[in-house]
Ligand binder design. Structure first.
Ligand SMILES: Nc1nc2c(c(=O)[nH]1)N[C@H]1C(S)=C(S)[C@@H](COP(=O)(O)O)O[C@H]1N2
Ligand SMILES: [Mo]
Length: 527
């Protein structure tokens, strides 16, 4: 028991000491964060999909909790071992340090100094467990050989402190407890102090607040109010509030980029490679784009889709300025945290309004959504177009380079599939018999939605009312009155037709490798 506690205290000391060291070597080098990020990159597609499906945006806290739990179990083991075999206990911490160091080095852009927090953590953990184990051993009553035979008879003489002091021990149990508690307290102090310093050193909230985003060169008119049906309470708003906008990425620690130190390189198969800093970018004519961004990992009926007004510089205009050479067919965006996202160049240059976006819903890009700059290309899923924390654009070919998700088996084009969902009534809702309002959202980004149909219990398809069309790059909301809904349990289904005339297919398929297909359905009880 005391050994287990000693192990935990030593682990806390290890993690704690990693924090202040990481203030110097960068926030991604803190051992637990580094191990988590490496785990994300190493995890296979099915596991990532499972994590997104099961935990959604909470997938990262769940991962961290898993890492801490594993560490705690190993630390208990190390503590128990160390009491008998000091070297074995210390070895567990050496392994901790080794894994942390390897993970930190595996981070994109890591330099040798990234191992420092892990080395410090491993060393301090090993030292702490050795020290605590040694105290423990000297406090533990030794086997009978050293213990006088008459000892038990002595015990009642001091009933107030049974077993606390032992004549042959050099340390009291209380000392061991104090040392363990002290180690824990010191670890907490050093760890939280380090975190605080790191948050302060890498705080970009202030830098973001200071950013003044110029107005658009040619402002878009407001979205038509009729794009959102007023008679369907509970339907999602047409424009997604930024706080509710989904977030999907592999970043365990959000990249914190000071715009004063940011630059974007455009290079590869171009005649005139360019480097822009943030002020250069803001001096370009800024365009607005109303656009529905969606994630390829979205299940049928799922929440990873949102609509916002982006503001940014024209990506095709910059590529033309750089002069794309014949033969190039892929544009690879690279983020500060090493993500690579490949986009068909043809899509970027075919006349659609692709942006290097610096603002979302009228404010500077939120850190979680790619501050200071991300790309957006209508019609393509995020993983194939929307690089957050963008720092580099490489004009290349599909033959020459496979970006992050393609290496993991995902489709390299990433065209958004036609999708539709029923939002009201909610699944398993109990509703009174009579006329029932059905409503939802459909999108076939950049192609546009031409029709939405619903049916009940496999009956004939009925054409739903479409709200006003705000443009092909946006989702389209719909309503339908289910007249005279009879009591009982019913299944409602929806399907959409895109503006090319293609009807959404029935065949159900999961997101991997090119986006989910199939009709969304919902079951309700009419009473
Ligand atoms: N740097 C970086 N950019 C990224 C990703 C990422 O993991 N890292 N994920 C992509 C994916 S899969 C999607 S769906 C969109 C999501 O953008 P959002 O989080 O702003 O909604 O970002 C894309 N850009
Ligand atoms: Mo995504």
């Amino acid at each position: 028991m005391a050994g287990a506690l000693a192990g935990l205290a030593a682990a806390a000391a290890a993690v704690g000491v990693g924090e202040p060291v990481a203030v110097v070597t960068g926030p991604y080098s803190a051992p637990v964060d580094a191990v988590g990020s490496a785990a994300i990159d190493l995890s296979p597609a099915w596991l990532k999909e499972y994590a997104i499906r099961t935990f959604g945006t909470d997938d990262k806290p769940v991962l961290l909790a898993g890492i801490y739990l594993t560490m705690a179990l190993l630390a208990v083991l190390a503590g128990l071992l160390a009491v008998r075999q000091p070297a074995a206990g210390a070895a567990v911490f050496a392994v901790f340090g080794g894994v942390g160091g390897w993970a930190a080095l595996s981070r994109p852009g890591a330099t040798g100094s990234a191992v420092a927090p892990a080395v410090a953590a491993g060393t301090v953990g090993a030292a702490a467990v050795l020290l605590l184990a040694r105290l423990l051993r000297s406090a533990t009553p030794s086997p009978p050989a050293v213990q006088p035979a008459e000892a038990p008879a002595e015990a009642p003489a001091d009933p107030a402190r049974p077993g606390e002091e032992h004549p042959t021990g050099t340390t009291s149990r209380r000392t061991v407890l104090a040392a363990t508690g002290g180690t824990l307290a010191l670890a907490a102090l050093v760890g939280s102090g380090g975190r605080l310093l790191s948050d302060r050193r890498y705080d970009i909230d202030a830098a973001r607040a200071a950013v003044r985003i110029p107005p658009p060169a040619t402002p878009l008119p407001p979205l038509p109010a009729a794009a959102h049906p007023a008679d369907a309470p509970g339907l999602s708003p047409f424009t997604t509030p930024t706080a509710d906008f989904y977030r999907v990425d592999t970043a365990l620690t959000l990249p914190r980029i000071d715009p004063r130190h940011w630059s974007l390189r455009i290079h590869g198969m171009v005649d005139h490679p360019l480097v822009l800093d943030f002020d250069d970018l803001l001096r370009l004519p800024l365009e607005e784009l109303d656009h529905t961004l969606s994630c390829v990992s979205n299940e049928v009926g799922g929440p990873y889709v949102g609509t916002t007004r982006w503001l940014g510089a024209s990506l095709p205009a910059l590529l033309r300025r750089a002069g794309v050479r014949p033969g190039a067919d892929q544009l690879v965006g690279r983020s500060q945290d090493g993500m690579t996202i490949g986009t068909p160049l043809e899509a970027v240059l075919d006349g659609r309004r692709a942006l290097l976006a610096v603002a979302m819903n009228g404010e500077a890009m939120p850190v979680a959504h790619g501050f200071p700059c991300r790309s957006v290309v209508p019609g393509l899923y995020g993983y194939a177009s929307a690089t957050k924390w963008l720092v580099d654009l490489d004009v290349t070919t599909f033959a020459a380079y496979d970006p992050y998700w393609v290496r993991r088996g995902w489709d390299r084009c990433g065209e958004v599939r036609t999708a539709s969902r029923i939002e009201i009534p909610a699944p398993f809702a109990r509703i009174p018999a009579g006329d029932v309002t059905l409503a939802g959202t459909a999108w076939a980004t950049h192609r546009g939605i031409a029709a939405v149909e619903v049916r009940v219990d496999g009956g004939p398809w009925q054409v739903a009312r479409l709200a006003a069309d705000a443009g092909p790059d946006l989702w389209r909301q719909w309503t339908h009155t289910w007249a005279g809904a009879p009591p009982g349990t019913h299944r409602i289904e929806v399907r959409a037709t895109d503006a090319t005339g293609a009807v959404q297919g029935e065949q159900r398929a999961g997101p991997f490798p090119a986006g989910a297909t199939g009709w969304h359905s919902t079951v309700v009880t009419v009473t």
